[in-house]
Write a protein that binds this ligand. Structure first.
Ligand SMILES: Cc1cc2nc3c(=O)[nH]c(=O)nc-3n(C[C@H](O)[C@H](O)[C@H](O)COP(=O)(O)OP(=O)(O)OC[C@H]3O[C@@H](n4cnc5c(N)ncnc54)[C@H](O)[C@@H]3O)c2cc1C
Length: 343
């Protein structure tokens, strides 16, 4: 009987892996399970979600029907609830019905959520995040509603990391007013040297007209729909129509924890992307933590993991996964990092 590989997640990690393994070996049964309903889409394009009118359709790279045509059994709109490693069965819920599915190998490509700092968690109705296509659709509807009442939406973006800076730039490009709050004294401090942070600040302030407030730790939010305030330690900045929190990412590791797999920040894998707790379980993409303690949460290494793992599972590559050379780049018009990006 041919091997059954179950893949959880339809981001770049899961889809790359599923397509590649079937390309290399036709005599396999591959099931891709995902809670998504709209197809496989480009997450990097989310950062152009406000300035591009056609984004909601252009962002979809492949329909699920196209993956089915490539012989992948797709369970979309399906939430994987748990993994029973002793019986090699996963359980998923779709249309209210819970179904077991047995596997020989399972690939956890569960990606990441937006990180919400603990003080904000009780105030979820006052802000949004931009982490998925569903978030973008929701934010675009919110922006339409604001525009129906105000000629120029005014946003607070919380977090001056890569994604917060990109979202601010895109909102500004779309014509909106943006105030960007960052808790630290310089922007994108994890990816840029100090000189480039200063250059980025100049681009955001002078070229894109964004008000950047550095060294401002946000404590929480107040107000109500379209009249929102950002609360700092000793002052309140008022008058926002919308708030977007962009404070980093959090790997989705709940399934792995519940299944008793080793996890730290991500699902712990060895240099063969194999769970350190179970040789029939693999993790790739934003949710995988490599032996160097890193999560390679950029499309080039994530795609590389998917391609490599397909070969490895088929016995066609027994060398450890190597990090490809890759150059992350902030999608901010007018900004170039002179010293490159740190990782
Ligand atoms: C706004 C934004 C901009 C970005 N820009 C760039 C960029 O310019 N360059 C770059 O290199 N990287 C960028 N990134 C990072 C890059 O997009 C990620 O590294 C990459 O998408 C990770 O892919 P993934 O497949 O691991 O995870 P994801 O894309 O998160 O996919 C995981 C999938 O698993 C599904 N899933 C999870 N748990 C379950 C479950 N229990 N049941 C069913 N389904 C489940 C999710 O619904 C999702 O479809 C950006 C990210 C964001 C959010």
């Amino acid at each position: 009987m041919s091997m059954h590989v179950a893949v959880i997640g339809s981001g770049i990690a899961g889809v790359t892996f599923a397509e590649e393994i079937l390309k290399l070996e036709r005599q396999l049964y591959v099931t891709l399970l995902t809670r998504e309903k709209c197809g496989y889409y480009s997450r990097p394009l989310l950062s152009h979600g406000f300035s591009r009118g056609d984004i909601e359709t252009k962002i979809v790279l492949k329909s699920f029907a196209a993956l089915v045509a490539a012989d992948i059994a797709v369970e979309s709109g399906a939430e994987v609830l748990r993994l029973d490693r002793s019986s090699k069965t996963l359980h998923f819920r779709k249309n209210g019905i819970e179904t077991p599915l047995s596997y020989d190998k399972v690939v956890l490509a569960t990606g990441s959520d937006a990180l919400i700092p603990p003080p904000f968690r009780a105030q979820a109705s006052l802000f949004n995040v931009l982490n998925s296509l569903e978030d973008l659709v929701k934010l675009r509807r919110q922006r339409e509603k604001i525009l129906s009442r105000h000629p120029r939406p005014r946003w607070a973006v919380i977090g001056g990391g890569l994604i917060g800076c990109e979202i601010s730039a895109d909102l500004s490009k779309a014509g909106d007013e943006v105030v960007l709050f960052h808790a630290l004294p310089r922007l994108m401090e994890r990816q840029l040297v100090e000189e480039d942070s200063v250059n980025l600040l100049g681009v955001l302030r002078d070229k894109l007209g964004i008000e950047v407030l550095l060294d401002k730790a946000v404590r929480g939010f107040s107000g109500s729909e379209m009249d929102l305030s950002v609360n700092l330690e000793s002052e309140t900045v008022q008058g926002f129509h919308g708030i977007i929190v962009a404070c980093g990412f959090r790997p989705r590791i709940e399934l792995a924890i519940e299944a008793g797999l080793e996890t730290r920040r991500g699902i712990v894998v060895d240099e063969f992307l194999t769970s350190t707790s179970d040789h029939d379980v693999y993790a790739i993409g934003d949710s995988a933590e490599l032996p160097d303690g890193k999560l390679y949460a950029y499309v080039t290494p994530v795609r590389g993991q998917g391609l490599w793992l397909a070969k490895h599972i088929l016995g066609q590559d027994d060398q450890a996964w190597q990090v490809p050379s890759f150059k992350p780049k902030a999608k901010i018009p007018g900004f170039e990092a002179v010293a490159g990006y740190l990782f």
